[in-house]
Design a protein around this ligand. Sequence first.
Ligand code: AMP
Ligand code: DBH
Length: 547
Amino acid sequence: MSTAQEHLPGCPTWPEDFAQRYREAGYWRGETFGQLLRDRARDFGSRVALVGGTHRWTYAELDARVDRMASGFHALGIRARDRVVVQLPNVPEFYEVIFALFRMGALPVFALPAHRASEIGYFCAFTEAVAYVIPERFGGFDYRGLAEQVKAATPTLKHVLVLGDAGAHTALGSVPAEPLTLEALEGPSPSDVAFFQLSGGSTGVPKLIPRTHDDYIYSLRASVDVCQFTSETVYLCALPAAHNFPMSSPGVLGTFQVGGTAVMAMSPSPDVAFPLIERERVTVTALVPPLTMVWLDSTLAKKHDLSSLKVLQVGGARLSDEAAARVRPTLGCGLQQVFGMAEGLVNYTRLDDPETLIVTTQGRPMSDADELRVVDDDDVPVAPGETGHLLTRGPYTIRGYYKAEAHNTKAFTTDGFYRTGDLVRLTPEGYLVVEGRAKDQINRGGDKVAAEEVENHLLAHPSVSDAAVVAIPDKFLGERTCAVVIPRGEAPAPSALNAFLRQRGLASFKIPDRIEFVAAFPQTGVGKVSKKALRDSLRQSLSTPSP
Ligand code: AMP
Ligand code: DBH
């Protein structure tokens, strides 16, 4: 029985023999995030930790702000192990909030700015969250109305904390600090769950990923080692800060791990990111493939001095070999492919790898303790070099999702390997090539869409008899979503169906890009919907020009 299990019910953890081995081998070193920041403030106090908007905070300033915010949260009644849904854009306050929660042992749930009432309502209800942190507005959307709606539906939710004009809620900056109370707080232990990441998932509702201080801090140490981050590193956070990639691979938290500087970009577009790279002398950043294409094609690249940029990391979805080959000649920096998952396992190409490996593979595991299996449908290992399902286990890969006992029996093997749902092949050098996916998910250029979640929302419409959501190929995003619908009676207008999904509060990246109506679905031998046959027939009909 581990301590995390005792502390928070519903969080599966590593068996004691594995935990002991990971500690003895030095992977887990008994650190917590609260202490990590304290130590960096001691060693790098006057160095700039965070730049964003008009803020430029040193490690000492960040540390002090985090203390103030933690005692303010405590004064509000937030306690260790309380869940707090955090939905902030790329602002420095994001880290002030999450480190304050880390320090008190309260647990952030990392929502994306794109999430709406459907997702946020679910996170708040499922985790019994006591607080929800939002910006006043971002990307033309006012989050205070969304919070109103969620608060009315969630009895446990006591506080809505707003960055900016709070309206009817509480302003984040107005939370009273009681400096003395913090000293009385008993911090979390290293084996405790520190926060919940989100899985792109494939099921009706998003799955929550419990990560511990020990396991996540190890993943940071391994990441900064592979990516050669140092106190000289200037990392640009251009992807949404809440996402696991810019958070930890090595991301902003990896930058803090080594005392470097993180720069927050409110948007990943060249007009915002390039001036920041030039002004702050950014050395490394991370993008998903579609944004990489935008950067490669941007005429702005010539107008800005990007010479400080040494490495562009690309991951989240498969980067084509063609796009990969353009990075160095076009942007003048190295490419690093990153194949990771919020559940754990992260693979990187190495900075000094031969160009062909960097361009044609998705890297290899970052830790020598990562265990990988590539298996067939019966869990039997495939022959070397053959494509199969990727299973993995290790010191920073979870053993189960939060409160998902039934699903966990399917998503993990009996000996604790996570079924990634990815189809991969191993090269002779031991590098992974992502060949496809077995999970029922659409990877929309790095934004993951669980087919079942969208199908369930469609099925709630009175004119929908049945629905199947599948991927269709897309030049820019790699994949787009297509909802194939069997109407009940007369088919509704596609625009009306999409309006219906929006009204139900679904994040806009999950709204189908295309809707097709059919009389029946192709079936498999056992009478299930054959999504493969659906994809194949869509691919054919979409490639035939309409008359
Ligand atoms: P999640 O489990 O939601 O964190 O999403 C992780 C998933 O994103 C992986 O299991 C892959 O399906 C996909 N993914 C991440 N990075 C890459 C990559 N470099 N190439 C292909 N797929 C990727
Ligand atoms: O897609 C991902 O989830 C991802 C990609 C790259 C990730 O979680 C990561 C690196 O850590």
